[in-house]
Write a protein that binds this ligand. Structure first.
Ligand code: PLP
Length: 390
């Protein structure tokens, strides 16, 4: 008999009942150090007092009003995002997938408004933009698309990090390039600054729009508010989600005025997108994360963690191959099956997340205390040793 919850997830046998900072407490009382943070969602850890407070206050006043009316919390969050980014305008969603859908629509509308038949969006192998019909077509991956055809047309999937293929494909017929600034699910693979600069220039030359997916790598995770800032170039459209709500469902599409010009009243909408609860929380998250002092500390913590992970690679050369990633979005490429490491880490009281390319992901809360980072390294060391002794 089918499970009453549609069985699309492989769940670990763990039931968490409480969260405190970077720790999750299981129903049986065991404490787990959480270096997954809901897959880069709990950017400020669990039960951050300022977020609990703002959510509580907003919940007592007003949960939901339709986008038929003014929503001051939404306006304030849009203003903050515009102030701190390349964008001129923002649309709020409830998830990264919904943000991807709008980004695709915005590209299509842009070219429609320009009276040109430019529909091809270049995307990349191992990309992940969500599980909607549009997002799986964008990824092109057999694993996600099998059985769900016919796929939405309009995407051309290129190999990752293949400059020649990109150079050959990116011409005046292309509508946009859609790319994660740091690939997450694909195995923590950052786009180099040089590649991103080249892409920006090539998009300028051909007129194609540059769409960055910063759902996983944005909101302070790399030590800048948005990962593309490291390269000093801006996209035309950007998707964010995950960390922006600190655990409350919230996503957004940020765009320049030029890219968004066709999105007039009636072209897009959402019942829940930009609701007062989500935006009140998002505004507090922005206030904390956009602070340069906070971001500098993310980079400092990232340096600490990276150093410890490099030490682990040196100490366990048969288990780990290399450290990759940016800021507090780090991956350990494994020589043993990554799922074995996830299980061994769990047995050592540490939560990490698998990714493609046999990688385990470390995506701690951005405010994780230094001692928890040291503890995480100790537990990963235990996990690796336990696999080596079997
Ligand atoms: N884009 C990226 C880069 C992601 O990592 C994810 C989720 O993992 C998504 C989009 C989809 O976001 P959501 O699961 O919130 O729909």
């Amino acid at each position: 008999m089918i499970a009453t919850v549609l069985p699309t997830y492989n769940r670990a046998p763990l039931t968490f009942v409480r969260g405190e900072g970077s720790w999750l407490i299981e129903a049986d009382g065991r404490r787990f150090l959480d270096l997954g943070a809901g897959i880069a969602v709990n950017a400020l850890g669990h039960a951050h007092p300022a977020l609990v407070d703002v959510l509580h206050k907003q919940a007592q006043n007003l949960w939901h009003v339709s986008n038929l009316y003014q929503i001051p919390q939404q306006q304030a969050l849009a203003d903050a995002l515009v102030e701190h980014s390349f964008a001129d305008t923002v649309f709020f969603t409830n998830s990264g997938t919904e943000a991807a859908e709008l980004a695709i629509k915005m590209v299509r509308k842009y070219w429609h408004e320009h009276g040109q038949e430019r529909v091809t969006i270049l995307t990349f192998e191992a990309a992940f933009h969500g599980r909607s019909t549009g997002a799986i077509a964008a990824s092109g991956s057999e694993k996600m698309t099998k059985g769900f055809g016919p796929l939405m047309p309009g995407f051309k999937v290129l190999p990752w990090d293949d400059h020649k293929a990109l150079e050959a494909a990116l011409d005046e017929t292309v509508a946009a390039v859609l790319i994660e600034t740091v690939q997450g699910e694909g195995g923590i693979r950052p786009l180099s600054e040089a590649q991103l600069k080249w892409l920006r220039a090539a998009c300028e030359r051909t007129g194609a729009l540059l769409v960055l997916d910063e759902v996983q790598c944005g909101m302070g995770r790399t030590g800048k508010l948005f990962a593309h800032e490291w390269a000093g170039v801006d996209p035309d459209i950007m998707m964010v989600a995950k960390g922006i709500g600190g655990g409350f469902p919230l996503g957004a599409v940020l765009a320049t005025e030029k890219a968004a010009a066709g999105m007039v009243a009636g072209t897009h909408g959402s019942t829940y997108g930009g609701n007062p609860l989500a935006c009140a929380v998002g505004l507090k998250v922005m206030e904390i994360i956009a602070d340069p002092v906070f971001l500098a500390d993310v980079s400092r913590k990232a340096g600490l963690l990276r150093q410890k992970l490099e030490g682990l690679v040196a100490a366990h050369p048969d288990t780990f191959e290399e450290v990759r990633g940016s800021g507090l979005m780090l991956g350990l490429k494994c020589r043993k099956p990554n799922t074995d490491l996830v299980t061994a880490a769990r047995d050592a009281g540490l939560l990490v997340v698998p990714a493609a390319d046999n990688v385990i992901r470390l995506l701690p809360a951005l405010n994780i205390p230094d001692e928890d980072l040291a503890e995480a390294a100790t537990r990963l060391d235990q996990a690796a040793s336990s696999l080596e002794s079997t």
